[in-house]
Each structure stands twice: as structure tokens, then as C-alpha cells.
Design a protein around this ligand. Sequence first.
Ligand SMILES: [Zn+2]
Length: 263
Amino acid sequence: MLKYHDFIHAFREIGLTGKNRVIIHASMNTLGEIAGGIDTILGALLANCETLITPTFTSRPMIVPQTGPPNNALSYGEYDKQNQLAEFFHPDMPVDPEMGPFAEAFYKHPDAHRTTHPLLSLAGINADDALAMQSLETPFAPIRWLADSDGDVLLLGDTHVSNISLHYAEKLAGQKQFIRWALTPRGAVVCPSYPGCSLGFPAIETHLSGVARHAQLNTSIIELIPLRDLIHITVGRLRAAPETMLCNRPGCPYCDAVRSTLS
Ligand SMILES: [Zn+2]
């Protein structure tokens, strides 16, 4: 069973000094049993970092119109049932199940603030300047703030499939973005720069060997990657080989839509 001091030791091993600004992706399934649960991880993070951010995405407010732009990874007209269930975003809205229990616990921390993007909200502790950068049009602007502030990505037993900073790199590299819509008290709003599929993101791992730092945490690996390096390397890879991070799942609507713009 992992204990508080195991996290402290591993965080110091990868170079967290207490001043770091990090975006965290944690897989509780991979980390296994922890004495004190998620509070133990959060306590160790707060002891070793200045600024913490994690994604708290939710699709509950999403609605799909009857028609819309083509090549948008959507079958318009097939979402009547989902549209009827759509709810206005509120700060206590649960994260999507695939975001995992860490994200669900994180935004409930007494010191956490959550942005109000109806689909792509982020939660942060001591992160108000970064979170303030997000708008409907710029959902990943807090990633840019973190990169400009010498921030890092911290993977806690998680993989690059969860690494939303790679979506920001895709946008910088000019890769196709998607459009979604959300129900709000002002009516339906357009949410541009919606990200595609991340199943192919682990392909970037081999290109990060010079910049990523790893530590073993029981049977899990934790990894710290400087955001500026991650973005620079990923944009370079995507410009040289735009299909590099697309998945191989047959019929993946997102990756097929991106491929169609490359040929
Ligand atoms: Zn895909």
C-alpha cells in the first residue's frame, strides 16, 4: 500500500522542488491502494508544488444540432435523446467517468477553483492566473500559461492518452480541430477548438527520452515532462509526420476526419 512518504520521495526524485507549476493526470487504478486515498496524493502534491491544475471535462451540457459543418466527427440528427438530457454546466457537475476519480476529488478540494467552460473545464489550486486564460474560444490557453511559466506535465501512473497538453500542441501544429455545442442559460453556444482522439498519443513517448524524468512508485511509473519541451517536440513531430499521434482504431471518426485533411 502506498503511503504519503512514498509520494514525497518519488516527487523529489523526479525534481519537484515546491515551486513547480504542474498539470496532473492521475490513474487511481494503476496506482492501486493508497493509505488515506486521494487526499494523500493531494497533500503530497501541495507540499511539493506551487500550482496544480487538472482537467475536469464533462459532456453533460453537450448538444448536437440537426445540421452543422461537415467533417466534424459527428452524425448530425442522431442526438435527440442526448439533447433532451443536456444540463447547464455548474461548478459541482460531475466529471465524465473517463476523467477518473482523481479529477472528481480534485475540484472538490476546499482550495480548488474550477473554470466555467461548459465542456472543457479545468480545476486548479493556486492557479487562478492560469485558469483565467481559458475562454470558449481558447479552451487550452491555461496550458500555454503553464508552458510560459516553466510548468510541467505530471503523469501519476497515467499515460499520454490523458495528456491534454498534447491537444494544445496539435492545435499549434495546425492539426484539424472540431466544433461542439453546449447548452447554457444563454442558449446553445459554439465551443470551437474541441479536441480529437487521444488514443494514439503514447506514440510521443519515445521522443521524450531526453526531457522526461521518471520515478518508480511501487508498481507504477510517475513521469514529469517540462511543458515547453513537450510542446516543442510534439509540434515538430506533427509537422514532420502529421499522422504520428492518430489512433489505429477502425472507423475512429476523429482520426479519420484528421486523416482526410492530410491527403
Ligand atoms: Zn482515434
